[in-house]
Design a binder for this molecule. Structure first.
Ligand code: SF4
Ligand code: SF4
Length: 253
């Protein structure tokens, strides 16, 4: 099994604003575009023009219809990718050392040359963030665009993950969450950013900013299903919509 660093020099990650995400999928598309030619290339597709489209996507955006007890309806867009956890079970479960967390910046990566495709990491990840490439027989995942953010061939303002660069509403933010003086840390503090499923104990680096309207008493249903999901009353830390997202992730996991 693979060990994690005791601590990392930086904690690079994303902050995703659920209040301003409009579910346009621009981040999903630009992520696929950049990474298919980049560090983990190619990101394959299966049946791209058929009804059952699938393939390797590091970033997925799920859309839910939300109904309030008052009978009002609203939409929640929930972007999902690797959260670069501090206590990443996907790393510790890996039998070959293929999955690892970098001491320099905290990014969790996969060394494809060491990966044997056993999928233990995808079973260990509670967020469904691992992507198995059926053609190459190896596991892939979000790299935080490690081949962009240090790339001196790019203009400085472009040295951010592709998803952050392309988001038309500025709902995605990138930076060092280990530095309380960073603009991203101040944003988390100002907007009460939250962890996803903190009770799992994986200490995700990425944070979500909750929608700004009153959400604590919402009762929600997915746009697919008629069944209503009750918020988890005993989920530590998460509240409102995030609590419901935790519930939805657990049910789909
Ligand atoms: Fe690993 Fe999943 Fe955490 Fe990413 S979100 S570091 S894949 S456990
Ligand atoms: Fe490690 Fe690859 Fe197995 Fe995942 S699938 S646990 S990265 S060897």
């Amino acid at each position: 099994m693979t060990s994690l660093p005791n601590q990392t020099k930086r904690k690079l990650g994303l902050v995703i604003d659920l209040d301003t995400c409009v579910g346009c999928q621009a981040c999903v598309t630009n992520c696929k575009e950049w990474n298919t030619g980049g560090h983990m290339a190619p990101l394959t597709d299966t049946n791209p023009y058929q009804a059952e489209v699938d393939g390797v996507w590091f970033n997925r955006v799920h859309t839910y219809e939300v109904s309030t007890p008052e009978g009002e309806s609203r939409t929640l867009h929930f972007p999902r990718s690797c959260l670069h956890c501090e206590d990443a079970a996907c790393v510790t479960v890996c039998p070959t050392g293929a999955s690892y967390k970098r001491t320099s910046d905290g990014i969790v990566l996969v060394d494809e040359d060491k990966c044997i495709g056993c999928k233990l990491c995808s079973w260990a990840c509670p967020y469904g963030a691992r992507e198995y490439d059926v053609f190459e027989g190896v596991m892939k995942k979000c790299t935080l665009c490690v081949d962009r953010i240090y790339n001196k061939n790019l203009d400085k303002e472009d040295r951010v993950p592709a998803c952050v660069l392309t988001c038309p509403t500025g709902a995605r933010h990138f930076g060092d969450l280990g530095d309380p003086r960073s603009s991203i840390s101040k944003l988390v503090s100002a907007r009460s950013g939250q962890d996803l499923m903190p009770e799992m104990g994986y200490v995700p680096t990425n944070k979500y900013l909750p929608q700004r309207e009153k959400t604590a008493s919402l009762s929600l249903a997915t746009h697919h299903a008629t069944a209503r999901l009750q918020p988890l009353e005993d989920t530590a830390g998460a509240t409102g919509l995030l609590k419901w997202v935790d519930n939805a992730l657990e049910k789909s996991g």
